[in-house]
Design a protein around this ligand. Structure first.
Ligand SMILES: [Mn+2]
Length: 317
């Protein structure tokens, strides 16, 4: 059942022993919304724990060890999870059917919880949390604000994407007022690359091919590229943005070979192409301009299959 920001807050207020989960391959919004909520609940005197996958160095958020001590929760909450299939394998198995409250901002959200706080106009799950805490009249601490800022900043590409609304900027402004070191966060997240990463990026760019008169660009990442550079997969979220940066590209695709030999596809589009619609064909989903799906098969077949759908989308504009 859908709940308002205020209702979601009182649901949390009336529970304890809360476990927070987020999606696998955590991005900045997953990390930020998890720890933003962690701090907010802790400050309310709640017993709170988190379970999260490996996080890339740039997004590693200083949080007390206590957050990860195992316990038997009474209440399970998810943040930034559009579909329970996106939980990690372990948490899906253990908690997938007993999520009390899901807090999300994905238009393609597939409800799976008892209660759902969904605001797909929000740029980030962190913006939804900001609104929830504000609606409840809670003061936001510096720790909580820093986590929420991280999520908003990353999901808006540092306030550059069209999902950055006036309200997003207002939320960021309030968070900065609470003491967030925004310059430092953005320097680490957006302006810093390891040397290994730069090598990886060069390999990625050398795989780039364009199709449909340059309207579609595809990068293929192989396990070999990870091995050769020593870059971890968690550190390569940024690659997804590269193909769409080329002038004239309406659909930028990154095909990443996973360890098990299947592929994770990231699609970034410009209007009027919908990334979510392309990914839905393959059982995935996401936002209008940024979405993903999983595929299996031989690499060239995977690329051809996705190109066919992109081609149809381009023909319809
Ligand atoms: Mn998000």
């Amino acid at each position: 059942m859908n709940v308002t920001h205020k209702e979601a807050f009182s649901l949390l207020q009336n529970t304890d022993n809360i476990l927070i989960l987020t999606h696998r391959n955590p991005d900045g919004d997953a990390v930020g919304s998890m720890f933003g909520l962690f701090y907010a609940l802790k400050e309310m005197g709640k017993n709170v724990r988190c379970i999260i996958d490996t996080v890339s160095d740039a997004l590693s958020f200083p949080v007390t060890e206590e957050a990860f001590i195992e316990f038997e929760p009474d209440t399970v909450v998810t943040v930034d999870v559009a579909d329970k299939k996106l939980l990690t394998e372990d948490t899906l198995e253990k908690y997938g059917d007993r999520v009390f409250l899901a807090i999300d901002h994905h238009e393609a959200n597939k409800p799976f919880s008892e209660h759902l706080l969904l605001d797909y106009k929000a740029s980030a799950a962190c913006e939804v949390l900001f609104d929830m805490l504000t609606a409840a009249g809670r003061d936001i601490s510096r720790e909580c604000a820093t986590a929420l800022y991280l999520g908003i900043s990353t999901d808006t590409g540092c306030f550059r994407y069209p999902n950055t609304s006036a309200h997003t900027l207002y939320a960021a402004s309030v968070l900065v007022e609470k003491g967030v070191d925004n310059g430092e966060i953005n320097r680490i997240v957006f302006e810093t690359k390891s040397r290994a990463y730069v090598q990886f990026e060069a390999l990625a760019m050398s795989s780039l091919r364009t199709y449909f008169d340059g309207k579609c660009a595809v990068i293929v990442l192989t396990q070999d590229m990870f091995r050769r550079t020593g870059v971890s997969e968690a550190d390569t979220h940024g690659i997804a943005a590269l193909p769409r940066q080329i002038e004239g590209v309406l659909a930028g695709i990154v095909v990443k070979e996973k360890k098990d030999g299947t592929y994770k596809i990231s699609v970034r589009t410009n209007e009027p192409i919908s990334a979510a619609e392309i990914c839905e064909v393959f059982g995935g989903g996401g936002h209008r301009l940024a979405a993903g799906c999983d595929m299996a098969g031989r690499p060239q077949q995977v690329v051809n299959d996705i190109l066919k759908v992109v081609g149809e989308a381009l023909e319809n504009i």
